[in-house]
Design a binder for this molecule. Structure first.
Ligand SMILES: NC(=O)c1ccc[n+]([C@@H]2O[C@H](COP(=O)([O-])OP(=O)(O)OC[C@H]3O[C@@H](n4cnc5c(N)ncnc54)[C@H](O)[C@@H]3O)[C@@H](O)[C@H]2O)c1
Length: 359
């Protein structure tokens, strides 16, 4: 998270070791009937997100998922079914359960297909939230592959030139391995920011900058909203006509097409809040060229970029994945900040469910 004023600090959060957070998230999910293997996959991705500074998609969400399970919005135990499959493609159903589990399986299948045939992809319907999308391309990168994943969401973003929300925040994540440098891990909402940052701004009591959202009249909205409605909308990436809002809008629809239309699971206005369809892809670099040569060229590219003189007032030029890798180094050593209110919620939920307390 590159926004200083949304940073967690000693006052608004408490530091917890990542291992304890993992155990607590897994225990809460198992406490509402999630099978251990599925709870472990979900906990791993949520903790990775918190470690990487993407707290909007981190451990604080475990309570919400456990409530969705309890209320029957999510089905657990879920069955991730393969509906159609070829050597290189798969259409999966998430079984209306935890999105993390199906997205993880989709990327595992994509990697296995890529290992044999050079490329593999899966599109997944009947799904829910998959969290920080980078988690899935990172699985491919760990196997010396290029990975890509996207997920669509219910309407929150206005089309370019439009005055009502019609598209989800529809993130795209792409990863490629480097050699001595850090891997390239690019993960972005196709809106100006992820909606989680609006929720975080609201919880931290800070205003939104001009450019994140507008009213139905097109006026900038700076008071963070906790609701979704027709009277305001998030801006597509680019924000204005002059700054290229049609590009963010177009990318958002690419996500809707690969995740929602190709799977049959539905696009923005067809989804209810919490429904998300997903697409994963892996490309086996070794089928194209020597992997070490690929990584050496990645290193050259990254070093060239890092060596670019920064603008006045800026410290250094970054490459995607740098901010999150910096957070992870610090948080593995010093603990993961958890917002005070989310810490209280997690403990209260664990006590309510009668599961072991680890935090
Ligand atoms: N599951 C969902 O429904 C959903 C929906 C929307 C967003 N999300 C998630 O929200 C998270 C945050 O999204 P976001 O769009 O707010 O991300 P962001 O703006 O914080 O970062 C986007 C990308 O830019 C890179 N970056 C940041 N500063 C940089 C710099 N100066 N130079 C080069 N690269 C830089 C980051 O490494 C990251 O890859 C993502 O993990 C995304 O997957 C999930």
């Amino acid at each position: 998270m590159a926004l200083d004023y949304l940073k967690l600090n000693d006052t608004n959060s408490i530091l917890i070791p990542a291992d304890d957070l993992h155990k607590q998230v897994s225990a809460i999910l198992q406490g509402v009937g999630t099978p251990e293997a599925h709870a472990e996959i979900t906990a791993k991705i949520l903790v990775s997100s918190s470690l990487r500074g993407v707290e909007t998609h981190g451990v604080g969400n475990a309570v919400r998922y456990s409530e969705s399970i309890e209320q029957g919005e999510y089905t657990v135990p879920q069955s991730v079914d393969v509906i159609t499959e070829t050597d290189t493609t798969a259409l999966l159903s998430c079984g209306d359960g935890l999105g993390f589990v199906a997205a993880h399986q989709g990327m595992e299948m994509s990697i296995a297909k890529a290992r044999k045939h050079g490329v593999g992809m899966a599109t997944i319907r009947d799904g829910h939230h998959i969290g920080m999308v980078a988690a899935y391309p990172m699985m491919a990168v760990a196997e010396d592959m290029i990975g890509m994943a996207m997920t669509n969401a219910s309407k929150a973003v206005r089309p370019a030139l439009g005055a009502r929300p019609r598209v989800g925040t529809n993130p795209i994540a792409f990863g490629a391995p480097a050699g001595e440098e850090r891997d390239f891990i690019f993960d972005m909402a196709t809106s100006t920011i992820a909606s989680g940052k609006i929720a975080l701004a609201k919880r931290l009591g800070v205003q939104m900058p001009v450019g994140w959202a507008v009213t139905a009249e097109g006026e900038p909205l700076t008071e963070p909203r906790g609701d979704r409605g027709e009277d305001w909308a998030m801006n597509p990436l680019g924000g204005t006509r002059e700054q290229g809002s049609h590009k963010g809008y177009g990318l958002g629809l690419v996500v809707d097409i690969l995740c929602g239309v190709l799977s049959g699971g539905g696009f923005g206005t067809q989804l209810s809040a919490g429904e998300n369809m997903t697409w994963t892809m892996a490309i086996d670099i070794a089928k194209f060229r020597d992997v070490d040569d690929f990584k050496a060229m990645m290193d050259d590219m990254i070093r060239e970029l890092h060596d670019t003189p920064p603008l006045p007032g800026e410290d250094r030029v970054l490459v995607a994945g740098d901010p999150e890798a910096d957070f992870q180094e610090d948080r593995l050593a010093n603990g993961v900040p958890v917002e005070n209110s989310q810490y209280d919620e997690m403990r209260a939920r664990a006590i309510q469910l009668g599961v072991e307390i680890f935090i």
